[in-house]
Design a binder for this molecule. Sequence first.
Ligand code: SF4
Length: 340
Amino acid sequence: MFIPKRILFEKDSLDYDMAKEILAKFKDKAEIEIINLTSNKIKQHIPGEDLLTQYREGKKTLVVGTKKSLKFQSCKPSAHYQLPLVSGCMGQCEYCYLNTQLGDKPFVKIHVNIDEILNQAEKYIDERLLEITIFEGAATSDPIPVEPYTHSLEKTIEFFGRNKNARFRFVTKYNDIDSLLNLEHNGHTEIRFSLNTASIIKQYEHATASSINRIEASIKVAEAGYPTGFLIAPVFIYPNWKEEYHDLLMELRNRLPEDLKFPVTFEVISHRYTTVAKNRILQIFPESGLPMKDEDRKYKYGQFGYGKYVYPKESMEEIKEFFGKEIEELFSNKEVKYII
Ligand code: SF4
C-alpha cells in the first residue's frame, strides 16, 4: 500500500466521500503532511531544487483531486479507452515508461469523482452498442497501491461486472488485491501481473512488490475466477537468464489452479529503449546499471517517428524461441498474446 509523505487535497475534492475518508484516515499521522491547496498548483508543494530530488519527493506525494475533463484518451491497440482512475505510481522502476510520459509530474494523483468517471464510461459503452468496449485502467498508473483507501477498482470492477457490453483490464506490479477477491466481476475484468525474475526486480524495480508477493496475489486472483494474465517484461539477456525465467514460469505452472475458467494469457516484451528514455533514466538514476549501450543493440524505426534500440536479431530469435517453447510445454490452458 502507498503511504505517502504528503497529501495534497485539490480545491473542491473534499466535497467527495473518497477524499473525506482519505483525510480521516491520514490526518492524525504525524509523519504525513496534509496540504489543502487553494489553487491547483501542485509542483510548488513538492520540495527539491533538482530533477533527482523532485522525482524522489514527487514519488512520495499523493494528490487527491477530480478528473475535470471527462473526455477519455484512446488506448489502442489493447483497449478502446483509458479509464482515468489514477495517474502516476509510487514505484521507482528504472525503465518505467512513466519516467518520460509523466516526466515533471511523478506524483500519484487519484480522482475522487469516480461516479462521474463511470457514468462517462457508460456513455462511451452506449455509443458502441452492441460492440464490446474495452477500458484500460493502468495506462498511466499502477492503480493497486492506492486501492486500499480509494476503493476505485472495487467500484469499477462491480460496474463492469454488471455490464455485458464492456470489459475492464489493468496491470500491476503490486499485491494489495485482497479487497477485490469477492466482488461480482462476472469475468468482465482481466487482471494482469507484470513479472520478472527476482534478480531483475531487485536490481531495477525499486519500491515495488517482490516477485513472491506478486505471484501469490496472481494465484488468489486466478482462484477468484478473474481472467488472469502475465506480462513478462522487460526481458533481459544476462548470465543465467534462461534458468531464472524458467524458474519463474515453473513457479507459476506449479501454483496456478488446474481448473482455470479462462486461459491464462502471456505477453512477453524484450527490453528496448529510446534515446529520450535513456537520457531521462540517466538523469533520475545516474548509477543505473541498465544495459543501454547503443552499439550492442539494433535500431528499429518506429511508426511514431522515433526509433527504439532493441536486442539484435539473433537475440530476439533466441528470446522468442525460448519463451514460446517454455510456455507451450508448461501451460495447457493458455494464450500467448505476443513475444516481442
Ligand atoms: Fe512504472 Fe509500473 Fe514501476 Fe510503477 S510499477 S514505476 S507504473 S513500471
